[in-house]
Design a protein around this ligand. Structure first.
Ligand code: ADP
Ligand code: MG
Length: 242
């Protein structure tokens, strides 16, 4: 389908750091437009998988396909994805507008197009009144929205979120979950969302990929995993009474 196809396939993906294997033979498919959540305990390989998908980390073995095309050898910049992570390093000396526009300016995009994209993202994220502020003059939730805005303006074919809400307090996290779900409904773009929070996984996902120690334990819709966990680990993680 070309550039706008945000489908993803991992085929027998392996990752080794030096002599240490951290990802073992991981395979799963994501349809264009799906909201997929990776869950699993700390250290199980969630971030490593995301970094391989977006091209920040090489694949030791196996294949990653985006939009039907193998991308193992394609640079991060050319994969057309956007990663939002927990330590949302905004540029403190730049305004909200400049933070969102910066990446597009680097691509040499015409100014009018940049202004249009930033205005649209700001409207979507209710940041319209804050465009001339510096990040230090924003709340935690607003800063996180700027980080999401920086991803939106790039119009990626897949959004990758690496525990984006883990720095926020519980109340804010609930609000941001709803905002992300709403954003997904409006954009229809594929989203891969990493969390170690079962509630986030159960409430946000079309499909959950449960990981343990570098391996996929089970892939399925939230209720499928809840009602038919393949083993005790999945049952324990998803919270069903098996
Ligand atoms: P998670 O995001 O699920 O907490 P990570 O993907 O960060 O897990 O890490 C998975 C495993 O890979 C861990 O054992 C971690 O120590 C190891 N790891 C991650 N990055 C590197 C690296 N650059 N070099 C060596 N080991 C790494
Ligand atoms: Mg991680």
């Amino acid at each position: 389908m070309g550039r706008t196809d945000g489908s993803l396939a991992l085929k027998n993906v392996v990752k080794r750091f030096g002599g240490t294997q951290v990802i073992y033979d991981v395979s799963f498919d994501v349809a264009d437009g799906e909201f997929v959540v990776f869950v699993g305990p700390s250290g199980c390989g969630k971030s490593t998988l995301l970094r391989m998908i977006c091209g920040l980390e090489s694949v030791s073995d196996g294949e990653i396909c985006i939009g039907g095309d193998r991308v193992n050898e394609v640079s991060a910049a050319r994969r057309g994805l956007a990663l939002v992570f927990q330590s949302y390093a905004l540029y403190p000396h730049m305004t909200v507008y400049q933070n969102m526009a910066f990446g597009l300016e680097n691509l040499g995009m015409p100014r009018a197009e940049i202004e249009k994209r930033v205005a649209e993202a700001a409207r979507m994220l209710r940041l319209g009144d804050y465009l001339q502020r510096k990040p230090t003059a924003l709340s935690g939730g607003q800063r996180q929205r700027v980080a999401i805005g920086r991803a939106i303006v790039r119009e990626p074919r897949i959004f990758l979120f690496d525990e984006p809400l883990s720095n926020l307090d519980a109340e804010l996290r609930v609000g941001m979950r709803a905002e992300l779900a709403d954003l997904h409904r409006r954009l229809g773009t594929t989203m891969i969302y990493v969390t170690h929070d079962q509630v986030e996984a159960m409430t946000m996902a079309d499909k959950i990929v449960v990981l343990r120690a570098g391996r996929v334990e089970q892939v399925g819709a939230p209720l499928e995993l809840y009602n038919h966990p393949q083993n005790r680990f999945v049952a324990g993680f998803i919270g069903s009474p098996q």
